[in-house]
Design a protein around this ligand. Sequence first.
Ligand SMILES: C[S@@+](CC[C@H](N)C(=O)[O-])C[C@H]1O[C@@H](n2cnc3c(N)ncnc32)[C@H](O)[C@@H]1O
Length: 382
Amino acid sequence: MRNQTTGVRGDKTYNALRNSLNDTANDLLLLVNGPKIQARKDVCKIHDLAAFQVAFHLDFFNTIPEAGSMHLRDIAQKTGCDINRAGRILRLLTTHRIFREVERDIFAHTSYSVALARDPELKAAGDYQLDEVSKAASECSLSFQTGAKTPFEQRHGMTVYDYYAANPAMAARFAKGLVGITRLDRQMTELITGYPWAEIGDAKVVDIGAGNGHVSVELARRFPNLNMVVQDNNLDILNQGATRDLTGVEGRMAFMEYDFFTPQPVTDADVYFCRQVLHNWDDASCVKLLRSAATALEKCRPGTPLLINETVQPEPGTRTRFEENLIRQNDMLLLVAFGAKQRTEEDYRALLEQADPRFKIVKVCSEGSMGLLEVHLQTNTA
Ligand SMILES: C[S@@+](CC[C@H](N)C(=O)[O-])C[C@H]1O[C@@H](n2cnc3c(N)ncnc32)[C@H](O)[C@@H]1O
């Protein structure tokens, strides 16, 4: 069995088995179907995704009751979709085991569809992937030809950041979706176990580019000694965090509007971390961000860590194809949306060296779908 895990459903053994079984099953399918039928299925996935898009957007998932079933006429009426199209979309989805037609025109949930009905955050993730992101992805090759900076800009005429700043509802959906994705396969394990949070006493921790601060809330819930500063430059996203359920962490969460390309204003922290931020930016922007962090680290006690919590791109062929596909799907998302990329450990070393030669990686955890780099700024006194 090759390497480790991607995904959080089970323990390491479960995930390793799941990963290699996926490889075996996919090899078998290709053998059985042959390349032409396989290509037909793969290329036409776009139509399955169109059905998915409607189901997310018109919320078929929460329209059909969890228990029992619903007539197509009522589904159409409740979702505002005409009966003919609603039926065609539902029937395509049933071929993927999403909903089932229990009798002619009567639909019910399956374990697959009900999982989406019960998880509004995962549903938000599906919704934004199949809306603004898939529109951008469909113009990928065109953007290569026109020389647009990103497929996203080719399609939407602005950067992802400007898009979300101009569309607060979309920004809120994106932030909500990130929570769902984090639970699914952007686990916090490395961040939680890769640093001795419980041993650092009363500590001020700065979460740079925190989104709505869901990761900080989780850390603070686990470690009552931590006081979190949640920083983001998008006020709508920050407000979503400040108004969410903060039970158990009251008085230990501060929300701060901050642009991470400007000098870090908190200069007395015990830990800085940034999670799923650098992967959204090109090298020049990352260097700028890291230098902003360095301005604060210079003033902190020696050895204050900057934790970089990102996927560390494995070398090709060192994971199962199932894992490598999940990781490279994310790399492609970064290309489409941000013109950015996932980085290998070596890429991070080079980036940090370029930002400030005093940066030293003192610990690396790179096994799972998320990695953790502990970085120190080595001053004369460090
Ligand atoms: C992919 S999200 C990561 C959020 C969070 N760290 C997580 O892991 O869920 C990146 C975040 O960076 C924020 N961001 C983008 N540009 C920024 C900037 N110049 N200054 C501060 N935050 C920024 C975005 O608003 C977004 O919330």
